[in-house]
Design a protein around this ligand. Sequence first.
Ligand SMILES: Nc1ncnc2c1ncn2[C@@H]1O[C@H](COP(=O)(O)OP(=O)(O)O)[C@@H](O)[C@H]1O
Ligand SMILES: [Mg+2]
Length: 317
Amino acid sequence: MATSSPTPAGAPLVYEGVSKSYRTHFWQRPFVSLDGLEMAVHPGEILGLLGPNGAGKTTTIKLALGLLFPDRGEVRLMGRCASEPASRAEVGFLPESPYFPDDLTGRELVEFAGRLHGLESADRRRRAAELLERVGLSEAMDRPLRKYSKGMVQRAGMARALVGHPRFVILDEPMSGLDPIGRREFRDLILGLREEGVTVLFASHVLADAEMLCDRVAILDAGKLLAIRDLGRLERERRVLRWEVEVLGGGEVAGGELIAERGDERLWRLPAEARAQEIVEAVAAGGGTLLSLTPQRETLEDLFLRTLRGSDGDRQS
Ligand SMILES: Nc1ncnc2c1ncn2[C@@H]1O[C@H](COP(=O)(O)OP(=O)(O)O)[C@@H](O)[C@H]1O
Ligand SMILES: [Mg+2]
């Protein structure tokens, strides 16, 4: 099982040996959705919870919010047992594919959430307008949600999640159904939260989303945590597939294949096994000037799939 680094003080969310099964019919055997989860979200980080559909991401999130109770183990949210309502006071949540009554306007949606947080009427109005502007809905805030695009509904949901000034925000597939521009806007919103010291946990089955904003990723599959890594380290674990070498002038580069040529500049490709130092020497021996030497690595997607298939021996965080 994946071991994670020691739980830091003030961790907003901690799972200790948490298992959860569903029983769809009483005569059926329970289906294990989460199996012995050990994980801690560190204060101030953006943690991506990644895994294919059915991996247990939403179950993990629902356990954090007290929407489900673990069969075994303990979930602690903001230092309290996750079943205590007080644990959620400083937590914002955007559910997966949220459904909001679509005759409400964006402003009404957020103001209503403000009421649940006990904000006074004037505060509520100010806070709603400020948040809707922040998520780029200032023009649309008085239109009913049924006239919103999917991306606009997600953004209104984000404004709603932020109404109570949360210190910890949990987002379930926040980017699903968004176009590339919508994804980028959402990414900037999430990065903005981290700037303010807000901790973010978000679930996604899309690796690219995590790649562009996470500090760490937790990889979940079939209810098991396979790995929890910092993304910088994951980047370094990506295997080199080949080298691309730009050379000015000169002749052959031993062991290289000529890929492209423009004037005096040539692009050579060398196999993964070549050492950087050998390449530098080969270029010099051919009489050329080295302009650049770039390792072409496997994509994070490839590394992710390798981890899921279990061909990855080291699973420590
Ligand atoms: N209410 C439920 N009743 C029965 N099975 C469920 C229920 N919710 C989720 N599951 C099952 O638990 C597994 C994990 O689901 P989920 O946590 O929603 O995964 P993810 O969010 O990663 O797609 C899936 O196999 C799913 O079918
Ligand atoms: Mg889900």
